[in-house]
Design a protein around this ligand. Structure first.
Ligand SMILES: C[S@@+](CC[C@H](N)C(=O)[O-])C[C@H]1O[C@@H](n2cnc3c(N)ncnc32)[C@H](O)[C@@H]1O
Length: 276
């Protein structure tokens, strides 16, 4: 089939912008260039892949699951229904953690708690190969996906199945987590609710369960000098700050907004001079 035939087929099923995005990914072509290739013949294996993806999208599956791929921080990650699809705001968390590590640590150890696809810990390892990275998650299935990404990227990291700190038996310099934080009565996009793993989304105690558990126990798993980086839900900043003040002493805190101007990240520093 020709590219233009595939476009016609796609337009009957999904929005035309999605058609170009899908075709661009499958043909490894910038979506803006597709119109220059309307008469190109597409190999049969790619036509089959395209039709499979269209069927998934027709059933309401997110594009990233249909493609089994997402670009995070300029890196292609394998994703499927076993893991949360990495989000843009998490790239901002990674950007800041990378910056703080470069500034305040030398060859630190880092724990990515609730790693899912591995996107946080693996990206940081790729950015800074001297990092000693451990990825952990309660979900065996999520860790299978993280292992695929570890292999695909050729990175050397430890992977541990653990209910938060349960099976963690060493101390770290940096703890990063984007834990589940959606409250059970929060309004949530139907596509997310129906497709993404609920263990990656929901948390008790109004979405605060994991922040409280992490902050309560983290000191046993952190060195004297540490950085904790947390992604938070857009309306959770004040309540997470209360938990930090309840469980951690003598720390400095920086909270940051994402590009959409929502409070989305908290960084906690212990024994680090931020004026350095
Ligand atoms: C919001 S997702 C984040 C995934 C990934 N880090 C990201 O940013 O895209 C939360 C992750 O926490 C994991 N998780 C849920 N409960 C957990 C627990 N008790 N201990 C460890 N991980 C847990 C989920 O399986 C899921 O992978």
């Amino acid at each position: 089939m020709k590219v233009e035939d595939l476009i016609c087929l796609g337009n009957k099923v999904i929005h035309k912008d999605q058609v170009k995005l899908l075709l661009g990914t499958i043909l490894d072509m910038n979506p803006l260039e597709i119109n220059l290739h309307l008469n190109d013949l597409v190999p049969d294996n790619l036509v089959i892949k395209y039709k499979d993806c269209l069927n998934c999208l027709k059933d309401g599956e997110p594009l990233q699951y249909a493609l089994k791929s997402v670009n995070f921080y300029g890196i292609d990650y394998y994703v499927d229904k076993r893991v949360l699809i990495p989000r843009f705001e998490t790239e901002e968390l990674v950007l800041n953690v990378h910056k703080y590590i470069e500034k305040y640590f030398k060859e630190p150890s880092l724990l990515d708690l609730g790693t899912g696809s591995g996107c946080i810990g693996l990206t940081l390892k790729k950015l800074n190969p001297t990092l000693d990275v451990t990825l952990s998650d309660i979900s065996k299935e999520a860790l299978e996906v993280a292992s695929i990404n570890k292999e695909n990227l050729g990175l050397s990291v430890n992977i541990i199945e653990s209910d938060l700190f349960m099976n963690i038996n060493k101390k770290f310099d940096v703890l990063v987590s984007n834990p589940p934080y959606v409250a059970y009565d929060d309004e949530i996009d139907k596509k997310v609710l129906e497709n993404e793993p609920h263990t990656a989304l929901f948390a008790d105690n109004n979405g605060l369960e994991y922040y409280e558990r992490i902050l309560k126990d983290c000191c046993k798993y952190l060195n004297d000098k540490y950085l904790i980086a947390l992604e938070i839900g857009a309306y959770q900043k004040d309540r997470v700050l209360e938990l930090i003040n309840k469980y951690l002493k003598d720390v400095k805190i920086i909270d940051k907004k994402d590009l959409s101007n929502r409070d989305r990240m908290i960084f906690i520093f212990k024994n680090i001079d931020l004026n350095e």
